[in-house]
Design a protein around this ligand. Sequence first.
Ligand code: SF4
Ligand code: SF4
Length: 103
Amino acid sequence: MDMITRGAIIPDAGNSVENKTGSWRVFKPIIHYEKCIRCFICWQYCPEPAIYKKDGSEYPAKNDAIKKRITEVPVIDYDYCKGCGICYEECPVNAIEFVKEEK
Ligand code: SF4
Ligand code: SF4
């Protein structure tokens, strides 16, 4: 008799990485690094989380002092971003644009 995996059971810890939830998205956030103050509020609030920190030396920042003091930037992983818009709502300096996804 074939067995069916019961619901609400996680057979392999960490297997959510295999579910690329980005295909659910209708709207897409885009970070404009020239406005970004590198506060990482978007990173803290993203429920996935689909925002990670990356070396920011190649990215612009709102000013040179920020770039010198904070060496990382937030980057959106579109494989997992569901387009919920929380990062867009929470960014204190409107550095995130929320646009219709082109499929
Ligand atoms: S839209 Fe939602 S899921 Fe996508 S990066 Fe922003 S907070 Fe995370
Ligand atoms: S919330 Fe806005 S300003 Fe802060 S790190 Fe994210 S994009 Fe940059």
